[in-house]
Design a protein around this ligand. Sequence first.
Ligand code: HEC
Length: 121
Amino acid sequence: MNKVQLSLTFAAAVLLNVPGFAQANELGRQLAERGNCVACHGPGLNRPPDGATPRLAGQHSDYLRAAMRSYQIEGNPIVGRDHPTMKAVLKPYSPAEIDALARYIEQLPRTIHTKAQSGFR
Ligand code: HEC
C-alpha cells in the first residue's frame, strides 16, 4: 500500500467511525436520561448540589466504568461499592450500557474551580 492509499484508507476509517461515535454518544445520553442522573449530579452532570455527590462530567471513562461496575457487585465489601442509592440506580444497566454511559460522561465538558491561595487552611 502506497502513501496515498494509506491516507485514503485512514481518512475512510475516520469518516466511517464518526457516525458510530455519534450513535454511541446518543445511546449514552439516553441511558443517562433514563436513570435521571442529572437529578443528583446536576446539569450536564457537572454541577452536583453538595459535596457528597461527585461531579461526573469529564471524568475518565475507565474510572467511571470501574466505579459503576463496583456499585453492581453484591456481597463483596472488598471490591464492591456499597452506596444504596447508586446501587439501586445502576442495577438495571447491562455491562454494555455501563460502558456507553462511561464513554458518554467522559466527553461532557467539566468545569474546574480553583480556589485562591487564601482559601486554603
Ligand atoms: C438519587 C441521587 C442519584 C442519582 C439519580 C444518580 N446518582 Fe450517581 N451518585 C450519587 C451519590 C450520592 C454518589 C456518591 C456515592 C458514594 O459515596 O459512593 C454517586 C456516585 C456516582 C458515581 C461514582 C463517582 C466517583 O467519583 O466515584 C458514578 C460514576 C455515578 N454516581 C454515576 C451515576 C449515573 C451514570 C447516574 C444515572 C444513570 C447516577 N449516578 C444517578 C447520587 C445519585
